[in-house]
Design a protein around this ligand. Structure first.
Ligand code: C5P
Length: 206
């Protein structure tokens, strides 16, 4: 069974994908990490994030096994990822490895922006996780406070709105629910309730 989970930044899709995968015994791929890794390598190598050819070359040579999550999680990496993710050549370079991951072990949970629309349009279960931008910013802000690294709330909210606009506005694989996706609005849900709702969608397809 392939489960596609898409949604905007800080919607809770990552937490949900991880929990579903653990619960169902399926491998999980956070596809945002791929774009973050391309952004990170470009910055480290002094390559302009707007350079589609050079960043696509990095994407071509990306080794999923060596992704170091701890260096990819920061705020700036989300922003860098979103810039390189707007280049069709970068997206094309990352397509096959995501599809291989989805199919190689007879099932998987993938989360990102275009899993249900582009990477795995035939996925048995598609969930589009969303929440009000203010709530997403509040959750992200809380997370950063816990790490002792919180900028003002207004700047977290501005970041989220900017990333939403770029991800939803790009020409290639924009952020949007697949026509057959279950939309899960987590604005008023805690992690447990969101997980229960997602699991109910999965059970319907078993
Ligand atoms: O989900 P995360 O915040 O890690 O994603 C970082 C960025 O990578 C997103 O803002 C988006 O631009 C890009 N991305 C994408 N397609 C995916 C996953 C992430 O374009 N499937």
């Amino acid at each position: 069974m392939i489960i596609a989970i898409d949604g905007p930044a800080a919607s809770g899709k990552g937490t949900l994908a991880k929990r579903l995968a653990a619960h169902l015994g399926l491998p999980h791929l956070d596809t945002g990490l791929l774009y973050r890794a391309v952004g990170r390598a470009a910055i480290d190598g002094g390559i302009d994030l707007e350079d589609a050819d050079a960043t696509a070359e990095i994407a071509d040579g990306l080794d999923v096994a060596s992704l170091d999550e701890s260096r990819l999680r920061g705020r700036e990496m989300g922003e860098a990822a979103s810039v390189v993710a707007s280049h069709p050549k970068v997206r094309k370079a990352l397509l096959d490895l995501q599809r291989r991951f989805a199919h190689q072990r007879g099932g998987a949970v993938l989360d990102g922006r275009d899993i249900g629309t582009v990477i795995a349009p035939g996925a048995e279960v598609k969930i589009f996780v969303t929440a009000d931008a203010e709530i997403r910013a509040r959750r992200r802000h809380l997370e950063l406070e816990k790490r002792g690294d919180a900028p003002p709330f207004a700047s977290v909210l501005a970041d989220i709105r900017k990333r939403d606009a770029r991800d939803a506005g790009r020409a290639d694989a924009p952020l949007k629910p697949a026509p057959d996706a279950h939309v899960l609005d987590t604005t008023a849900l805690d992690v447990e309730s969101a997980f229960a709702a997602a699991l109910a969608f999965v059970e319907r397809h078993r």
